[in-house]
Design a protein around this ligand. Sequence first.
Ligand code: PHE
Length: 348
Amino acid sequence: MNLEQLKRQAQKEASLINDVSELEKWRVRYLGRKSSLSLFFDSLTKLPLSEKKRQGKEANKLRQTLQELYKNKKDEIENKLSATAAINFLDITQPGVKQSEGHLHPLTLVTREIVTAFEKMGFAIVEGPEIESEYYNFDALNIPADHPAREMWDTLWLRNSHKIPNPKSQISSSRLLLRTHTSPMQVRYMETHQPPFRIIVPGRCFRYEATDASHEIQFHQIEGLMVGENISLANFKAIIEEVVKDIFKQQVLVRFRPSYFPFVAPGVEVDIKLKQDTRHKKQDTNEWLEIMGAGMVHPDLFKRVGYEANRWQGFAFGLGVERIAMIKYQINDIRLFFSSDIRFLEQF
Ligand code: PHE
């Protein structure tokens, strides 16, 4: 057996191979236990020592060459395979996968607009707890347990809520509830701050309601409170006119109707009327729409938080965020806000 011949034959065959199983057959043929090369090694035992050494060395060299050839060929085939796999995977002619982009909820959008409008008028933003005590939600606002005004707020009480002692309250303990309005923050804020100040309190409120197109079990309010030395309802009207103009991007008529809330005196209901329909640009076809309750802070509240008597005056209001959003976007059912209906949400 001529080693040189064997080598050339192996190289020639290897050069024609381009798949793994062919290469494997090649390996068995040239490097396997029954290959000519192995047989050649076996035959060496019969030779004299010097010949054995010389030919053994040659054969070893050939084996090494063939092993390298095998390895290189194998790498070459595998690389080719993964390259074609990558090409098949990356079909540059295929249209791209469109990333669906999220966006803000209409209530978030409207809340931010309202908050920004008040910020421009110098109001600071404060937040309060959604789980509130009976004291702050009712008693501190002149709504004791037997007051008929409690009926206006169908309350969600927390079962097993521990009665928490309240040092600020004449009543010794207070049950927990989901706040029915953001007004509790009036008292909470005044307990820890001295006038003059102006704040707004955006937040979620809850009422035990039978839901329909205009009632939801959860809704959002923005409470407002401005206290100072000579703050009047006229100041309030001027600020509200400015804010609604900012929110609706047009001149808006504002009117007060007398109303009653135990924690203000006098109390009013604020209505607005848009000159222009927000969508259809119709002129003057609009109704008066109620957007908030408000009034001058009741002196009882100032007394309760320990303010100096007869020194301060202020107004408070509670604005319905859903109300504003419904007017702004011509939405006719409040339940849509919490329906998670993507067809509704995608319109904003
Ligand atoms: N908290 C009242 C409500 O939820 C609104 C209000 C706030 C009224 C502040 C007067 C002053 O109906």
